[in-house]
Write a protein of this length. Structure first.
Lengths: 366, 366
């Protein structure tokens, strides 16, 4: 579709499962979201109770009712590459199959249904639709909006409709990737005493990792589970050379009670006595506190029911946390099938999720 | 030069340094030795006191004087690829520069000079010129001759004219390369407790290597120095995946008092308790005893003078050892410059080496 073609229309009056199917059949692999962003913008602009803003292919729509609280419902509109699984297909068991059914066009459908059907919510609402979540972090549309228009994301509580099978997953763990460089001195392996072996120098690093006891802190009633792991090791020059360099790539997944600085300091401390020549932070995304003790979150938990689980992986809730908005993951998709050829969603979960959110946002507040 | 072109002639009446220069100027990178083998065969066939045999590009010439002892003088005629260092150049300080000057056309020149100038040696002589020493072990011409015509290599003592700076280097150490495979189970690194980290599983292997105390056994008066080293380590799937496999490549350089089976058993024993899933012998070449207590070797040492040194690297003396012929390395080249762009040899060393060998092979035996 050429960039300036008129956007295909999205009909927000159809039910959640049908809208999910329509969104899946509107391919939007990362980097090609413009037509879908156009369609979403057009559909939202037709709703008189919403003010709509756009930045790139990111669309933000807000009510301005002067409520005492504001809730943000957010979702990314891109998918991973299609794997022969578009158009969508609804089977006789109520399962909708196709790329993005779980991650996360069913969540986007729920956002759009709430936008269309709740013109007078009990809390002010902000709907965020963003691009490029499935690719490199620096392309992420939510990050771009947070940088350029942080006021668009303001709120008391945020729900990210990432797949969580209709369960609430609180906050997210941080993830820090560090390169540990060990040194040695090259020599022919027939005269190894002339050199110094950098792979042997990694022995204390691996010993620390093997013996490491990860924390399992409880935060807002959720038990997080940390992990400190080598995800890569590399060393060696040739089969007859004592290697002069070895690198261990370590990934620290940490609970959201640690700040980024604390997480980095912890890893430095773990390996302090291991003879590491250079400690390089290769990648770092902070965690997000679950924020379940916030009144809006408590009301949310009461409305959607169930018991919140900790989110172990990193998600964009962290970007809300970074701008001071507590956030949870709550969406109809099943995360186990995200990015898979047999990706699917149960239409019951889509309806359930939409109903629970509508109840929460329409019940009379005390 | 086409394969069937007449061989360029080699003049064996010129002195050792001049003959070395002629050999260097006759390029014979591994795999292209035929013209040089032709020239050597033709030059040797012109000598009436020698019987000449050929197998591939390997030339073997023997005296048949019925002496009580037979000595083998052996050298490879190939070089590593030329690095802008041919033709040869003799500088004003008596240094001859060029590819193969050290490794080992100066040694080949000495062999040819002895062949040409010692028609009635005190011991029967066998001259072996072979190809493909600088490439994979299975291409090695000396190995091919040992397999096809082992009787051509028979003798009481062998001198391999590999570069040793005119010092005798006895025997050689064995070299064993083993792949140690460690196992784990993949999982997302955000939920590391669902898997098992194969890189962490390598911790005991690296600990053993770091703590290993290599032997320094004395054999025939020579102190060898062993080494057990990781020469490569590899593990990792992706930056967010707990790796299910890690491989440590270990090189054991061992003194020649151990058999190949003993060396392998030793390495298996070192890593017996380290949780290694699979132990794969990737490459193995046995050591060679120095054989300096043999009467021919004692006479050789007395003739060439100096104090024998142990040979730490692996050389083709091991192939002689395998067929029951004790062998030493003794050649004019400097091994430190072998395979280098600035490869060179001192012409004095060439003359010295030739003279010492001639003395040894012409002195009246008691």
């Amino acid at each position: 579709m050429p960039d300036n073609a008129p956007a295909a229309a999205l009909d927000l009056t159809q039910d959640g499962p049908a809208l999910t199917a329509a969104l899946v059949d509107f391919p939007s692999v990362s980097g090609t979201e413009k037509p879908l962003a156009d369609a979403i913008e057009q559909a939202l602009r037709a709703l008189p109770h919403l003010t709509v803003d756009r930045y790139g292919n990111n669309v933000v729509a807000r009510t301005r009712l002067g409520r005492s609280e504001r809730v943000v419902l957010a979702g990314h509109i891109d998918t991973v590459p299609i794997a022969d699984n578009v158009p969508s297909r609804l089977d006789e068991n109520g399962i909708l199959w196709g790329c993005g059914t779980s991650d996360m066009k069913s969540g986007v459908a729920v956002q759009l249904r709430i936008a269309a059907t709740v013109p007078e919510p009990n809390r002010d609402l902000t709907f965020v639709f963003y691009d490029n979540e499935e690719v490199a972090a620096d392309l992420n549309g939510l990050g771009h909006v947070a940088d350029a228009h942080p006021e668009w994301l303001e709120g008391d509580f945020a729900v990210l409709l990432e797949p969580s099978e209709g369960e609430v997953e609180g906050g997210c763990q941080g993830t820090l990737r560090v390169l540990l460089h060990l040194d040695g001195e090259r020599a022919h392996s027939a005269r190894s005493w002339m050199g110094s072996n950098a792979i042997h120098a990694a022995a204390p690093v691996l010993a620390k990792l093997a013996a490491y006891e990860p924390r399992r802190p409880v935060i807002d009633g959720l038990e997080y589970r940390e992990g400190l792991n080598a995800v890569r090791i590399e060393g060696g020059v040739a089969n007859n050379v004592i290697p002069d360099a070895c690198t261990v790539v370590v990934n620290y997944r940490y609970a959201p009670d640690l700040s980024m600085a604390e997480a980095e300091a912890h890893v430095r401390e773990v390996f302090a006595d291991c003879g590491v020549r250079e400690f390089v932070v290769d990648d770092h995304s902070g965690g997000a506190l679950p924020g379940l003790s916030h009144p809006a979150a408590e009301a949310f938990m009461a409305a959607v029911g169930g018991i919140a689980r900790p989110k172990f992986g990193w998600t964009d809730v962290s970007r809300f946390s970074a701008v001071g908005v507590p956030a949870v993951n709550y969406g109809p998709g099943n995360p186990l099938y995200a990015h898979k050829r047999d990706e699917h969603v149960a239409v019951d979960k889509i309806r359930h999720c939409e109903e629970r959110l509508r109840d929460w946002l329409t019940v009379r507040l005390p």
